[in-house]
Design a protein around this ligand. Sequence first.
Ligand SMILES: O=C(O)CCC(=O)C(=O)O
Length: 286
Amino acid sequence: MTHELSYVDVDRYDDLSRTDFRNDYLKPVKPVVMRSFAKDWPALEKWDYDYLKKGCGQVEVPLYSEAFAGSDQDYLSSSQRMPFGEYLDLIAQGPTPLRMFLFNIFKEMPELRDDFSYPDLGVQFLKKHPFLFVGGQDAHVDIHYDLDHSHVFLTQMTGTKRVVLYPREDSRKLYQHPLTVSCNIDFRNPDLDRYPKLKELQGYEAILEPGDTIFIPSCWWHFIEYSTAGISLTLRALPETWAQRAAGLNSIFKLKVVDQSLSKLIGGAKWYDIKEKWAHARAEKV
Ligand SMILES: O=C(O)CCC(=O)C(=O)O
């Protein structure tokens, strides 16, 4: 018997007020897509490939390719480097799994900071850390949540992207690997025989077009698929309480120190295998 995963659409608004955002999404920790977030941004008009190539086409950028699920690489490990301009030519030519992840373009082109602003939603934006994400058609980002537990506001600048989300409460049924913020599931084609608990989950789904901003709350799992080549900007914000912020630091420590030390000690592949078995044992208990 085949079984499709079940998704509901993320709520979507042309105009969402600060009060409604806070009461209906930030406080209950729910995702939402809003067009009002970026409505006045010059970036939506200006940031095309030619403009970015002129500003920093020569800069070598780290590129990420194959899935990190199924490998002992963590989700922040890059696989190769290329001048940014060459990479933009590559994605303009056709599908490629290569993508850029968490690129701080603003160090190279500080003038880009004038092309967007931080709307007043009563959150504490991490203004030093806006990031550009660029990908070719068919690139994808395996499911994970952000290591530092920050909220993410991802604005689509060009192209189309599919985002799949699950709340933190689903972590065990997503077979989360202990000490990490990821798991071994390939959401392009999830293996439901191997991961049967997925069938019990209700995911969320959104298709992002240029001008859409999705709010991905702290610790929400996200899988991202580039339906076309595209560029996004993410602005990040601290979670509300000090306890949540401390939990974010603890999560960085667990992945970067404990997990990586065990990986060195035991061997990457063997440690990955132990985490996968551990994830299954935990899922079966839920
Ligand atoms: O859009 C992307 O390519 C990845 C975004 C992402 O995973 C993030 O902001 O945490």
